[in-house]
Design a protein around this ligand. Structure first.
Ligand code: NI
Length: 169
């Protein structure tokens, strides 16, 4: 946080299924795995393209977390379904060691393309919808504290959750 590239709008990917794109996604997957994140957007590694990755499954650190399929999502478009909002804790690899309560749309349809250029079209809810909204916010220069309504619900992870280590997004 503080790097101006995180505040810029990312550009759409012009050509799908290219070696350059595979290299970018491979770098992102490596970074996310090394930092034990739940998701990552290309601007977080300094690349201003509309590429996000996410996935939560079988992580022993979060036995109770809802699972989210491992996904590479390119040129995403979000459509909020209804007005229902839900508060939940979020973290971010660009603000290490912190968490905050963020309101997100509960129901979401998202579309885009996978790494092979195949279309993705999913209607999701809850935590899955939250992760997608968080990652796609990165493509519009938005970090989760900019969505917070109550800054008293923002703090250091080890103070807020001394017994568990919630995931980074
Ligand atoms: Ni993030």
């Amino acid at each position: 946080m503080g790097d101006e590239r995180l505040l810029e709008a990312a550009r759409p990917v012009a050509a799908l299924n290219t070696p350059e794109l595979r290299t970018l996604v491979s770098d992102m997957l490596e970074t996310m795995a090394a930092l034990k994140g739940a998701g990552l957007a290309a601007p977080q590694i300094g690349v201003g393209l509309q590429v996000v990755i996410f996935g939560v499954a079988g992580n022993p650190r979060y036995p109770d977390a809802e699972t989210v399929p491992d996904t590479v999502l390119i040129n995403p478009e979000l459509e909020y379904l209804g007005d229902e909002m839900e508060d939940g804790w979020e973290g971010c690899l660009s603000l290490p060691g912190m968490r905050g309560i963020v309101p997100r749309h509960k129901h979401l349809r998202y579309r885009g393309f996978d790494l092979a250029g195949q279309p993705i079209d999913r209607t999701v809810t809850g935590f899955h919808a939250r992760v997608v909204q968080h990652e796609c916010d990165h493509l519009n220069g938005i970090l989760y504290p900019m969505r917070m309504r109550d800054m008293s619900l923002f703090g250091f992870t080890d103070v807020l959750f001394p017994d568990v280590a919630p995931m980074e997004e």
